[in-house]
Structure formats: C-alpha cells, structure tokens
Design a protein around this ligand. Structure first.
Ligand SMILES: [Fe+2]
Ligand SMILES: [Fe+2]
Length: 170
C-alpha cells in the first residue's frame, strides 16, 4: 500500500501521522510475507491504538478549529476505528487474532478514510488560512508518539478500558 500525494492534506503533523499509519500497515504486510507476523502483532496493535488516540484527537481538534461541518460523522468514523483496534487487542490477548485480519481491515480503512474523508477538510483549511494569515497553530503540534516496542511498562491495565469510556463528552 503506497503513500501518494492524493492523501496529503497539507498540515505537516497530520500528514506525518497518516504516513506512519501506512508504514505500520506496510511493516505488518512484510512480516506476514516473511511468516513473522505473530512477532510484530502486539507492537502493531499498540501503534494503531496510539494512532487512534493521538492522531484522531489532533485531527478532530484541527477540524473544530476550521469549523469542518462534517465533524460529527467524521468522529463517528474515528470511533469505529477506535472500537476495531480495541477488539483487535482483546482478540490478540486471547491469541485469536490473525495478522491477515488486521491487514485486510487497514488496507480497506486507511486509503478510504484518509483519501475520501480526511481530505474533505482541505477547502475549510484553505478558507481558514485565508482569513487567519497568522494561524501558525496549524503546524505547531508534534507527530504521533509511537510507543516503544520494548517498553518495560508494557501495555497498561488501563488500555483495556473500552474506547469512549474516559473521553470527555462534547
Ligand atoms: Fe480522520
Ligand atoms: Fe486522519
């Protein structure tokens, strides 16, 4: 699954997040091809859950800033991904998660969501920039933090809290 310019929205941190998601899928695909997918499955799910947590929060904040009118539907799509990665984690802990299942989901979800939903913000981003020439905040945030593969803490017990349970209400 190749990254292409058609996925770019023009906000550096967001584009970096999206590239990271594609790279995560690519690494899993390669591992699957090499028969080593089981070894990387835990790290993959951790990265996907960090992505769902940090990238979506960053992107939704940007969408609120530029008054993207499709935000509610967009948040619902993010929530579906959050739920899916939570289910992946539960299955993985029960040793019943196939890497091919994760690959299939990502190959469908990532290009469709980034290419067809995330990019819909572009006209609103352009309008916002035109009316806020000094809007440096659009570039200010760092890209998504990837959890260390061999972090001594490991996935915390808190990571089994269902998505949405501790999020603030809007
Ligand atoms: Fe999105
Ligand atoms: Fe996104």
């Amino acid at each position: 699954m190749a990254w292409s310019a058609r996925f770019e929205i023009g906000v550096h941190a967001i584009d970096l997040d999206h590239k990271l998601a594609f790279q995560t899928l690519d690494a899993l695909l390669r591992a699957l091809r090499d028969g080593a997918a089981t070894n990387v499955l835990e790290d993959t799910i951790n990265v996907l859950r960090a992505y769902a947590d940090e990238h979506f929060r960053r992107e939704e904040e940007l969408m609120r800033t530029v008054r993207f009118p499709e935000l509610p539907a967009h948040v619902a799509a993010h929530d579906a991904f959050r739920r899916k990665t939570f289910e992946f984690e539960i299955s993985r802990r029960r040793s019943s998660l196939a890497a091919s299942e994760v690959v299939r989901y990502l190959m469908e979800w990532l290009p469709d969501h980034i290419g067809n939903a995330d990019t819909r913000i572009i006209p609103y981003l352009n309008a916002y920039r035109a009316s806020h020439p000094n809007a440096s905040g659009l570039h200010a945030r760092p890209p998504v933090r990837v959890p260390s593969a061999r972090s001594p803490a490991g996935p915390s017990a808190a990571s089994t809290v269902p998505p949405g349970a501790s999020r603030r209400t809007r």
